[in-house]
Design a protein around this ligand. Structure first.
Ligand code: PXL
Length: 267
C-alpha cells in the first residue's frame, strides 16, 4: 500500500487540516501518516484558538514516519511560521520523497490566520522550489506573487506561469467560481490546462482545499500522472461539497466519504 504523509495543522472541528487529509487518504486507500505543526480550535469559550507545536516535536514526528514506515508522497498544509517552513524544507531535502504536494494555506474558512505574514517569503524561497506541485487558491496565488487577485481565466493563466518561476514542477491554481463553473488552471512548464466542473451552490465547503490536495497526494503516490490525479481529485471534492454536512454552526464540512457513499451518482 502506498504510504503518504501530511505535514499540517490539526483542525479540531474535523473538516480541514490533518483530519481532512487522513480521512481523504483512507477513502483513497493509501496508508496515511501525520506530522502535526499546530492545533486550530475555533470556538467561543477559550481565548486562544491556535497553538503552535515546538520544532523538536515536528522533527520527531517526521522521523517517526520516514524512518519507521517510509513515505511515497508528502503533502504540506498549514506550516504557520518561517521557522517551521525552514525546518520542513530541510527535512525534505535531507530525506528525499518522490512527490511533494505543497498546499500553501494562508487563511482558514473561519478566518484563522494559518500562515504568519513574515513567512510568505520563506515559503516561496525554501519550500516551493522543492514542490512537485503547488495548489494555491486565487487569494494565495496573489499573496505569493504580491499582486492583485486574479479574476479571469487569462489572469489565472498568467499567475500560474508566474508562480512556475519559483521552481515547482507543476502549478495548479484553484480559481473558484469563474464563468459559473469551478475553474482551475494547471501550468506544466509547457502548456496551460483548464479544468472546469459544475458549481455547487453552498457555503458549506470547509476542508475542500485540504481534501483536494490530499486526494492529489494519494493519486501521485499511486503513480498516476498529474492530469489523471487532478481529474480524480476534482471529482472527489465535487462530491464532497455536494454532500457537505452542516452541524448548525459556522461553515459546514465537506463530506470526505461522499465518493464512496454516493458512487452510483458519479456516472
Ligand atoms: O482550510 C484550511 C485549513 C488548513 N489547515 C487547518 C485548518 C484550516 C481551516 O480551518 O484549520 C489546520
Amino acid at each position: 500500500m502506498e504510504r503518504v504523509l501530511t505535514i499540517a495543522g490539526s483542525a479540531a472541528q474535523g473538516s480541514a487540516g490533518i483530519q481532512a487529509d487522513l480521512k481523504t487518504f483512507q477513502e483513497q486507500e493509501v496508508y496515511g501518516m501525520s506530522v502535526i505543526t499546530a492545533t486550530v480550535a475555533n470556538q467561543s469559550r477559550v481565548d486562544k484558538g491556535i497553538f503552535i507545536r515546538p520544532i523538536e516535536e515536528i522533527e520527531a514526528q517526521f522521523y517517526a514516519s520516514i524512518e519507521m514506515v517510509g513515505v511515497d508522497a508528502v503533502k504540506t498544509g498549514m506550516l504557520f511560521s518561517a521557522e517551521i517552513i525552514e525546518k520542513v524544507s530541510h527535512l525534505i531535502a535531507e530525506n528525499p520523497v518522490s512527490y511533494i504536494i505543497v498546499d500553501p494555506v494562508m487563511i482558514g474558512k473561519m478566518g484563522s490566520q494559518l500562515l504568519a505574514d513574515d513567512a510568505i517569503e520563506t515559503l516561496q524561497a525554501k519550500l516551493i522550489p522543492k514542490a512537485t506541485i503547488i495548489t494555491p487558491n486565487r487569494l494565495e496565488a496573489a499573496k505569493l506573487l504580491d499582486k492583485k487577485v486574479p479574476e479571469t481565466i487569462e489572469e489565472l493563466k498568467d499567475d500560474a506561469k508566474a508562480l512556475y518561476q519559483y521552481g515547482p514542477e507543476y502549478v495548479f491554481i484553484k480559481g473558484g467560481s469563474i464563468d459559473n463553473q469551478a475553474t482551475d488552471v494547471l501550468f506544466d512548464g509547457n502548456s496551460l490546462h483548464l479544468f472546469q466542473t459544475d458549481l455547487v451552490n453552498t457555503i458549506h465547503t470547509s476542508g475542500a482545499g485540504c481534501s483536494f490536495a490530499a486526494c492529489l497526494t494519494a493519486e501521485f503516490a499511486k503513480g498516476h500522472n498529474v492530469y489523471r490525479a487532478i481529474e480524480t481529485s476534482k471529482q472527489f471534492v465535487y462530491q464532497a461539497i455536494k454532500h457537505a454536512i452542516f452541524f448548525g454552526n459556522g461553515i459546514g464540512s465537506v463530506q470526505h466519504a461522499a465518493n464512496r457513499l454516493y458512487r452510483e451518482e458519479n456516472g
